[in-house]
Design a protein around this ligand. Structure first.
Ligand SMILES: Cc1cc2nc3c(=O)[nH]c(=O)nc-3n(C[C@H](O)[C@H](O)[C@H](O)COP(=O)(O)OP(=O)(O)OC[C@H]3O[C@@H](n4cnc5c(N)ncnc54)[C@H](O)[C@@H]3O)c2cc1C
Length: 444
């Protein structure tokens, strides 16, 4: 009997994975719990339902990393991009769709596929044999989440995203900031300089606290935050508890000497920690926040050294089940502890419809290739899909791993030797390089 691929979850990732595997000739059983078991965000029993915005973001495949991911998915015969094109709505440079028509057409195409069958049930335990892809998303059902936890260990599955903002390293003003770990801790020079420090004097700190308190905040959806606040407080909540709280918490100035002016004692220090092996991204330590995006950019750019900061992603807090993929998954997206299971989509620690669908596309192809007795290497890291999968399967720092959108900071740098291209030209160089590498990977 032909080997069957089981896919759990018919969201963005599971739908695309099922399509890719079936198109490669592998029979698929797609297990989807809706509409029998609901989540707090989905409204229908349709596959690939967009739970919030109806946009797949920028469609600019020359100068935008998400647009490049669109291009790669189209090149790979992606079902979601084909259906998005069929139900596109006018939205400037963004790829926005009629969400119901889009989800209906994805559902119909999969249900009609001769190699796809659908099982309308909740999968409650992590299977120990057979070929599986788990693509159950940020709202993975509790029973399955518990089972994943039991197999992988309590610390390896998170239930909330408490994201600190991530800054592109080359946008930090190093004539103000300096590299140093607190108390120069670390065995190697690399560790002793693992942090970037931004100093504040008293007036700057007071103004920063005022701005935090005044900033517009996101209001939580009921049920999204239960139990959250024991873990990890948003900075504005810390500031509400007392004006000095942050100065005694993530912004404490101790154990640091200003490299530009060793006599100058900072009143508070904002620290950024390296976020990827390439050293192109830094997260602001302890700065998880509920501030709205516009407010975040304005408030964080008041930090000395970050006045021109460009953000790879802004902070946020919401319900999100995701694995510590850098420690748990191999380069083939397989669970190291149970290699018969792959993970795909947002549960692997990517963020967004497009990124999730792209990781579904890859997992579907890799699983189908394995079933067919072939091995499919991951796409090279110069491509958008390759950069993302490299990040989640080992490129990201496991200790601080947080869900990630695709962005050029994940790609091997292009102007490493200090070339002086404008940002737009640099992005075009990234996408040109990616397209050539992706076409070669597809043809191999
Ligand atoms: C409230 C909310 C708002 C969001 N807004 C946006 C946005 O505006 N833009 C954006 O890009 N991203 C947004 N996201 C992130 C978005 O969820 C993901 O980008 C995307 O949907 C993830 O794709 P996925 O396939 O990994 O998960 P999903 O699309 O959520 O699909 C997972 C599927 O698995 C099913 N499932 C779960 N557990 C089981 C089980 N045990 N057995 C069987 N089936 C199961 C679910 O019913 C679901 O159909 C939002 C997320 C949330 C929670």
């Amino acid at each position: 009997m032909a080997r069957v691929l089981h896919i759990v979850g018919a969201g963005m990732a599971g739908s695309e994975a099922a399509w890719q595997a079936a198109e490669m000739g592998v029979p698929v059983v797609l297990h989807e719990m809706r509409p029998r078991v609901e989540t707090f965000a989905h409204r229908t029993g349709l596959f690939a339902e967009m739970v919030c915005s109806n946009s797949f973001r920028s469609d600019d495949d020359e100068r935008n990393a998400v647009g490049l991911l669109h291009w790669e998915m189209r090149a790979a015969g992606g079902l979601l991009m084909e259906m998005a094109a069929a139900h596109r709505l006018p939205a400037g440079g963004a790829l926005a769709v009629d969400r119901d028509a889009f989800a209906e057409s994805v559902t119909a195409r999969l249900r009609e596929h001769p190699l796809v069958s659908v099982s309308e049930e909740e999968v409650t335990t992590l299977p120990s044999d057979g070929d599986w892809i788990v693509a159950t998303g940020p709202l993975t059902s509790s029973a399955l989440a518990e089972s994943i936890r039991a197999v992988t260990g309590a610390a390896s599955l998170a239930f909330f995203d408490a994201i600190a903002p991530i800054v592109h390293a080359d946008s930090i003003d190093m004539s103000v900031a300096w590299r140093q770990s607190r108390y120069d801790k670390g065995e190697t020079e690399d560790e002793r300089t693992a942090y970037i420090n931004c100093p504040m004097n008293r007036a700057q700190y007071e103004a920063f606290i005022d701005a935090l308190l005044a900033a517009e905040k996101t209001v939580f959806h009921e049920g999204e935050t239960a139990g959250y606040f024991d873990g990890c407080l948003p900075i504005e909540v810390m500031a509400e508890r007392g004006r000095e709280t942050l100065r005694h918490g993530p912004m404490k100035p101790v154990g640091l000497t200003n490299a530009h002016d060793p006599q100058e004692k900072a009143y508070a220090v904002v620290q950024l920690r390296r976020d990827n092996k390439l050293g192109t991204l830094y997260n602001i330590v302890g700065f998880q926040t509920k501030m709205k995006y516009g407010a975040q950019t304005a408030v964080f750019r008041t930090i000395p050294g970050l006045q021109n900061a460009s953000f790879a992603r802004l902070g946020g807090i919401h319900r999100n089940t995701f694995l510590n993929s850098p420690t748990l998954l191999d380069a083939q997206m397989r669970l190291k502890l149970r290699p018969n299971i792959r993970f795909a989509g947002q549960v692997t620690g990517v963020e967004g419809y497009v990124e999730s669908a792209a990781m579904g596309l890859l997992a579907g192809r890799m699983a189908a290739a394995e079933i067919l007795g072939r091995e499919l290497p991951p796409p090279p890291p110069e491509t958008a899909m390759g950069a993302l999968v490299t990040h989640i399967t080992g490129g990201a720092e496991a200790k601080t791993f947080q869900p990630m959108n695709v962005n050029f900071g994940l790609f091997p740098p292009i102007d490493a030797k200090g070339g002086r291209r404008g940002r737009k030209d640099r992005y075009k160089a990234y996408t040109d390089r990616a397209k050539a590498a992706f076409a070669e990977w597809l043809g191999a």
